[in-house]
Design a protein around this ligand. Sequence first.
Ligand code: ACM
Length: 637
Amino acid sequence: MNTDAACPATPFPQRVASAVPLQAATTEILWQSAEDPRIAARLAELDADLGQVRVSVDAVESGVPQLDVDESYTLETLSDGVRLQAATTWGALHAVSTLRQICTLHDLSAHGLSVEDHPRFSWRGLLVDVARHFIPLDVLLRVVDGMALLKMNVLHLHLTDDQGFRFPSAAFPELVSDEAYGVAELSMLVTHAADRGIRVVPEIDVPGHVQSWLAARPDWGLHEIDPTRRFGVHKACLNPNDEAVYAALTTLFKEVAAVFPDDYVHIGGDEVHPAWWSEDAALQAFIEEQGLGDVRGLQAYFNRRVHGILERLGKRVVGWDEVLHPGMPKLTVQNWRGATTRDRALADGLACIVSSGFYLDLFYPADVHYRYDIALSQAELTAQEDALQTDLRFQHVADGMAWTRQWRDGAVEAESLSGRLLGGEACLWSELVDGATLETRLFSRLPAVAERFWSAAGTLDADNFYARLGPLLAMPPFVIALREESQLQALGLNAAQIAAARYLEPVKWYARLLGETALAARIAGSEMPQARPYTCDTPLNRVVDFLSPESLSARALRDMEVSELEQLAAVWTRLEDEAWPEDVAAPAAALAEIGRLLARYLQTGEDVRGEIGSLYGPHGEYMIAAVPPLLERLAGS
Ligand code: ACM
C-alpha cells in the first residue's frame, strides 16, 4: 500500500517510537462476523486508542497460510473508530499492519482515510541463512514481526550448509550442529509466523553445500572430509548413486515435513562443485549407463529422485536456478544468478520466485532493490544490472560485478513465457551476519523489497519511498537508529563519533567477504579463491558490523541548507582529535579531510568536487557514504 498522500516527508532520524507498545486504552472490537482470535491478538498489540473497531472476516483461519490465499482487505477510518473488512484472516492481518503504520506514522484522528488493498504477488519472501551463523530463535521471532509489519508472507529458512546443520534430526543426530534449534522451537516459530499470516518454508540444501553432513557421515559422499569453518563453494557432494543416500533423505525429509506444515520444501541445488562427480570413475560409468550426459544430467537425476521422495510426502519442491535442465522434474525455480534464469524457468513452463536483485548481504542501498521490478522484461532487468557498474557507489567493485555476466550464458529470448511468476524473495546470507548484527543488516533495506513485491507496478518513486522509510525504520521491531546507536556506544564510540560513523558505509557487493586477494582471484576466473579474510569464527564485533549498510544521514546531505553544511564541515574537521578503533581511523581521517574541503568550498566557492570524490574509498572495509550525495549537493548549488 502506498500511503504517500498522508505521509509527512520526515528526514531521518527524527522519531524513535517507544520499544514498549502501550495497551490501547479505549479500543473496543465490534465483531461483525465470527470472532477471530488472531486479529484480536494483533489489535491488542497496537499502541493506539482506536475507538470502535468494526471487524468483518468472512473466513476465520486457524491453520497455517498457504500460497495463493486471499490477502485482500479494506480499511476505513471513521469519526468514532475504524472499519476493517477482509475475506480471510490473512487479509485482516495485513489490515492490522496497515493500521499500525497509520497509527504510528500518521494521525488516526484524520478520519476519512479509505484503503482498498491487495498484494501484487502471492509469494513475498525472505530467506534467512541460519547455517553459516546460527540465528537464535528470539531474533527469528522479531524477524517475523518485522515481516508482518511489511506484509511479507514467506520465511524461507536455509537450515543446512557446509558450515552448519541446524535442523534437529532425531534419526541422524550426528549431523546436527552444537548450535541448532529444537523441534519445539521450530514449532513455536511456525505458529508465531502463522499467527501473522506468514508461511515457513524449510530448505535442506542438497546435493552440494553438505560438508557439515559428510564430516559426520562420509559414507554418503565420495571422500573422507573434515568439518569446515571457511566460506565459499566447497567440493563436498552427496553420492547420487548410493541408495543409502536416498533412504537417508527419505527419513530426513519425513522429519522435516513433520515440523514444517507448509506445502513447499526447498531442496537447494545451488553451486554443486563438479570435481567429485566428474573425477569418480564409478559415477562416470553411471552417467554413461543411464544416458545422463554429464554431471549436470547427474544432478537432474538426483533432483528427480529427491522430488519423488517429497512428492510421496505430499510436498511441492523449490530449487535454486541451477536445477534448470531438460531432465529436471517439474518444480518451482528460485532465480538468483541474475535476471536471465527467471526467463529460462518461465520458458520451461515452470513457476518462478525471483531473488536476483534482492540479496541483502551485498550491502546495497534500498533504491537498487526498490527499482528491480520482477515483472520487467529481461532486457530491462539486465540493463539495470549493467547500470550498477557505472554507478559511482559501485565503482570500487565494478570488475567483480562484471564477473557475474557469465550467468547470462544460456539466456533465452522466449516468445512466450508459459510459467508463472509467483513473486520474489529477499535473501540474507549470513557469512557476515550473526544474531547481534542481523536486524540492522536486514531491516534497513527489507521495506524496499517488501513494497516491490506488494505494491502496484507503477510504485517506483524512490524519493517518495525514502521519505517514508526513515519514520518506518524507527518503529519496533526495526528501531534501526536506536539499535545502531546502542551497539556503537557499546563499542566505546562517543556521540560525536557515532554521528560521524553514520556517514560511513561498509564496502559493497562481496568486497568484505572476499577481501582483496580473493576478489582479484574471482575476477581472474578462479572458482575456488583460497584466501578469504572471514571464517565462521571471525568475530563480527567492529563498527562495520553494526553500521547500517545504507547511510540515510548521508542521503539527507542532498537537501542540506548551507548553514547546516557549515556546521557539519566544522564537526568533521575535528574528527581526527577523537580516539578511533583501528579500522575506523582511516575513514575518519578521510571524513575530516572532506570537512576541510567542504569548509574551503563554503568560504571561497572553489571547486573541490574532484578532491572530495577522490576520498570516497575504499578505506579498508568502509566507504565515505557522504561523498556521492555531497557531490550531488555541490553540483546543484
Ligand atoms: C546462492 O546464493 N548460492 C543460492
